[in-house]
Design a protein around this ligand. Structure first.
Ligand SMILES: [Zn+2]
Length: 262
């Protein structure tokens, strides 16, 4: 029963994440003004209920009939589901809040990267510093007793994560003769390291690549079978979603997965 409550909270947060995803790249405030349709009409609260409104309106705006992208619904549903999953894995309230907050940040970063091929410093560098502070004051997040040992885990994770991806980027550039991994990804790995430590960083890079390949390769092949002529593999693939898939998997199942390997 309680998980329904968590799901509803997650859907509401997901609705806010949608606002962040659309407004942060254009530099708009994420708090004001209230939600507006692209035709300019204000959206009343009863048509702005997470998940339900989109289903009820069948993806069409009430005011002008413009289609509302399914992505609004997907982000809300994804956030709500993640909240329930993080809640099930958390052994304390603080770990649930940190875990679900971190996943929310990652979702915003991933979707903005898909849209704009950019990772904003305010989220990556800002997120890293929040990660340090949280590690200091909530050592149980890193399975530690003392704030200082938890902070060391966080700092070493940020250094190793950024350092490792930096050298992967350097080698990639030498091999492919063009920038393969951007500096935004280096900073994002700093954020991931600050929250998940060095093990989490390694998992996010290699586990993320593996899981993404397993998910997207079959989809690409199916897509290619359906639309042989129109499909071309994009020259640039946003890397943040891959890292985010790895990180979220680590938040949820990292301990179990590492336990199976070692
Ligand atoms: Zn409208």
């Amino acid at each position: 029963m309680f998980s329904i409550f968590i799901f509803v909270i997650g859907a509401c947060i997901g609705s806010f994440l949608n606002v962040c995803i659309y407004r942060i790249p254009s530099g708009e405030s994420i708090i004001f003004p209230h939600s507006r349709c692209r035709c300019g009409a204000q959206i009343p609260w009863y048509l702005n209920i997470p998940l339900l409104s989109w289903l009820f309106l069948r993806g069409k705006a009430h005011c002008c009939g413009r289609s509302i992208p399914a992505r609004y619904f997907i982000v809300e549903f994804l956030t709500a589901t993640l909240f329930v999953m993080v809640f099930a894995m958390s052994d304390s309230l603080s770990n649930f809040i940190i875990g679900s907050g971190f996943c929310s940040l990652l979702l915003v970063i991933a979707f903005i990267d898909i849209d704009t091929m950019e990772i904003y410093d305010i989220m990556s560098v800002g997120g890293m510093f929040i990660g340090f502070v949280i590690s200091l004051f909530f050592p149980e997040w890193h399975d530690e007793q003392l704030g200082i040992s938890s902070l060391i885990k966080s700092l070493s994770g940020a250094c190793l994560g950024s350092g490792l991806i930096f050298w992967i980027a350097v080698i990639g550039e030498m091999m492919f003769k063009r920038e393969a991994i951007g500096s935004g990804d280096v900073k994002l790995l700093g954020t991931i390291g600050a929250f998940l430590g060095w093990k989490g960083c390694l998992f996010s890079i290699f586990g993320g690549c593996l899981i993404s390949t397993l998910i997207f390769l079959p989809l690409l092949l199916i897509w290619k079978l359906i639309k042989t002529k129109t499909f071309t593999i994009p020259r640039e693939i946003p890397f943040a979603p891959i890292l985010v898939i790895g990180s979220i998997t680590y938040v949820l199942y990292g301990q179990n997965l590492l336990g199976m390997l070692f």
